[in-house]
Design a protein around this ligand. Structure first.
Ligand SMILES: C[S@@+](CC[C@H](N)C(=O)[O-])C[C@H]1O[C@@H](n2cnc3c(N)ncnc32)[C@H](O)[C@@H]1O
Length: 308
């Protein structure tokens, strides 16, 4: 139906030219319709690939979309109508990105939706899951920096019900959203979210056993400043789980490392000992980038412990 209405609109637009220049406008009309048809064919093929995915894929998709709809109190069509608009061209300063992106109501829901099928986001969960298997301490206190929708905090609290969490995000909209998500998932008693900047954390030195900073350090122009805060609030021998993308120059990334070595150097400068590091390439329609993930520690690793 939408397509017929579009076609009619196209005819109305061309009406006058068709009378005056019948051959060229008729040619233009057919060329345009053909191009639309080939675009639709491509979209159908893409949809078919998605439909053919297995049950695990669909179960995760269903869960994520249901959670987002519940938190937002919306139906799918309402959710789709509040998509985050693109940042104005050339915007590269943190305050404008915060105002136009992080502080919008739609932002945390869009970040949450990545977890339905976006491989780099799912890889974050896999990496954390792998590290959690090694961290079997009871009663750990962890802090999730730049928690966004709160998916990773929720995941850890579900995996480790005895742990407690704090979280800091620059966006009050993310705090509101993540609090609702924690309530929906029944883990809200174990977590305290607050607004704040990763470069100036509202915590005393030596507070946490584990700090998470996934896909946040590249959002500030001075990632070392954030990383030094991670180290400051970690207890001696505390762990950091971090992820930083390489060669992903999207507008909100104010730090764009060019290779995994650069990321490793950053950890070294912050005095973090990297215990496990992975760099994985993801091919996107817009090009490819490398996602890096690290488990690090603030003090030398005890002898005989193999974290790889
Ligand atoms: C790409 S999202 C990542 C969300 C989450 N860590 C995840 O992996 O799902 C980046 C988040 O960092 C937050 N952020 C950006 N700059 C920040 C800063 N200086 N301090 C704290 N949070 C920040 C944004 O509001 C956003 O929620």
């Amino acid at each position: 139906m939408a397509f017929e209405a579009f076609e009619q609109q196209f005819e109305i637009l061309l009406e006058e030219k068709l009378r005056k220049y019948p051959n060229s406008s008729d040619y233009l009309r057919h060329a345009f319709l053909r191009s639309i048809a080939s675009q639709i064919e491509l979209m159908v093929a893409r949809l078919r690939t998605e439909i053919d995915k297995d049950d695990a894929y669909w179960e995760n998709y269903e869960q994520v979309v249901s959670d987002v709809l519940s938190v937002m109190g919306m139906e799918s069509d309402q959710l789709l109508s509040i998509v985050v608009s693109d940042l104005p061209h050339g915007v590269r300063d943190f305050e404008t990105i915060k105002e136009k992106l992080y502080d919008t109501t739609a932002y945390p829901s869009q970040e949450h939706l990545y977890y339905r099928n976006f491989e780099p986001a799912l890889e974050r969960l896999r990496f954390i899951s792998k590290q959690l298997k090694k961290l079997d301490e009871r009663d750990m206190q962890f802090c999730d920096l730049g928690f966004g929708p709160g998916v990773l905090t929720q995941f850890i609290l579900e995996e480790k019900p005895a742990w407690t969490a704090c979280g800091v995000d620059i966006s009050p909209e993310c705090v509101r959203y993540a609090e609702k998500l924690m309530k929906l998932k029944g883990v809200n008693e174990s977590v305290q979210f607050t607004t704040g900047d990763v470069r100036n954390l509202p915590y005393a030195d030596n507070t946490f056993d584990l700090v998470l900073a996934m896909e946040v350090l590249e959002h500030i122009p001075d990632p070392l400043k954030g990383l030094l805060e991670v180290v400051r609030v970690l207890k001696p021998g505390g762990y950091a789980i971090t992820s930083i993308p390489v060669r992903l120059p999207i507008p909100m990334h104010l730090y764009v490392p060019q290779n995994p070595r650069e990321v490793l150097d950053l950890y070294e400068r912050a005095n973090l000992e990297v215990l496990d590091f992975s760099a994985k390439e993801f091919k996107m329609e817009t090009g490819s980038f490398v996602a890096t993930f690290a488990l690090s520690m603030t003090a030398p690793t005890p002898k005989g412990v193999d974290f790889r």
